[in-house]
Design a protein around this ligand. Sequence first.
Ligand SMILES: Cc1cc2nc3c(=O)[nH]c(=O)nc-3n(C[C@H](O)[C@H](O)[C@H](O)COP(=O)(O)OP(=O)(O)OC[C@H]3O[C@@H](n4cnc5c(N)ncnc54)[C@H](O)[C@@H]3O)c2cc1C
Length: 503
Amino acid sequence: MATRVIPSRILRKIRYNRATTTTATATKPLAATPVFEGTEHKPPSSAASAATIAAPSSVDTDYIPRRTLDLEDTEKLFSSVSTWRLLRSSAVLHATAVGPMVDVGMRVMRSRFVEREGLVKDAVMGAVRETFFEHFCAGEDAAEAGRKIRSLNEAGLRGMLVYGVEDAHDNHGCNRNLNGFLHTVDVSRSLPMSSVSFVIVKITAICPMSLLERISDLLRWQQKDPSFNLPWKRDSLPIFAESSPLYHTQKKPEPLTLEEERDLELATQRLVELCQKCVQANIPLLVDAEHTTVQPAIDYFTYSSAIVHNKDDNPIVFGTIQTYLKDSKERLLLALKAADKMGVPMGFKLVRGAYMSMESKIAESFGFKSPIHDTIEDTHKCFNDCSSFLLEKVADGPGSLVLATHNVESGKLAAAKAHELGMGKVHHKLEFAQLCGMSESLSFGLSNAGFQVSKYLPFGPVDKVMPYLLRRAEENRGLLAASGFDRQLMRKEIGRRLKAAVF
Ligand SMILES: Cc1cc2nc3c(=O)[nH]c(=O)nc-3n(C[C@H](O)[C@H](O)[C@H](O)COP(=O)(O)OP(=O)(O)OC[C@H]3O[C@@H](n4cnc5c(N)ncnc54)[C@H](O)[C@@H]3O)c2cc1C
């Protein structure tokens, strides 16, 4: 067991660090400005710099943010971004918003030329590295990711470190991925205190995909028939609601074989090792949500780990709720009710969800309606309702909340509600989050308004992170098009600089 130099009572208080605040800044949070790597970011004054990394004092906990969310003042928002960087970011965002261009890019990136070593592969990888990778990722290795986090932290933001791996299909792949996640915790530890808000894990990277499908099937069948015995099942929270779709499992599944039970034990041990490392490092672990074929098993792993590791008012294991699913609100309420009853503080990340077209196809293949809300307005309403409910819940009770969204309206509504409830950067209950390279204006606007904000930062070699980039392009076509607000603000700032001839 690692020796803690700081008493755990204090460590627990600062898990959701006030990295950008100290006693001196308690009444005046640092203004945040966007950071693009290689920008002309001015180093903060030594006092401000110290404030960025200093451990918070106990007297700042009552600070209530009072600034409003200002996304209009582009000069202030982009003050540290060079015109060259602004032009390049704007160009990348424009390119990813053009459907046919994304199609061509995806075809090239998936082509056989890229699989074979040679000049073509080098040229494609080079082009991807200089454009999309630079824009959407934190770097090729932990050292680069660390530099990115430091620069974000200096500007008042934090990072969620995402080791870029894709699904694992056997124990060998799972072990390799686990080492990557464990290394990510080590990297986070070596960075300025609390500049990493979360380490992210994908359960599909540490448990073989086929086993996750089998576990999900078995859990679904138990939901249909509560007398169906699952001898391997540990304590968990409710995974399904009345309205949850169970169509994936059409007939009674065979019990796990001995080999499958062994693999399940190995996967459980991997997650235990990762959770324990996070507890020692005092960094929460955020479990990403994926598609409904395997999500019941992912929730099962998340909840059974949360029961063991989430103590007092400090969740270590956070789950993700995809509010584009019709049953999401009901499931969230059931899980919270059960957690409350067991005295387990829960942390949730709210997202809209990134597997929309896949979900429709899966449902259609079984002859069912998509599990996703019929209209986008219903999804918006579900996200905002869940967000408002959770804000109220965590403001005065146990638990924490991550609002992961680029939607400006949702950001504004949540910020207003959090202001009303007196929650902010130092309340260590709420974190806003956006993907790296997306919605810079919202991130910095929220931070300027006094909230904790993180960027989701995938890192790894370009060819390893390529599937992440492709997934982003494919699944988030709507999201990339939705970068319009940011592009509009960047255009406005470029125009202003041209007029003023400020380079
Ligand atoms: C930090 C972070 C972590 C994330 N983690 C995850 C994760 O673990 N799992 C995951 O699945 N996603 C994750 N996402 C992606 C997220 O789910 C969304 O895909 C993305 O953020 C877009 O939603 P938004 O809230 O930004 O809203 P907007 O920018 O308003 O985008 C809304 C999008 O929602 C889609 N949509 C949803 N419902 C409907 C509907 N009924 N009809 C039509 N379109 C609809 C459309 O594509 C639309 O473009 C994460 C995002 C962030 C920022």
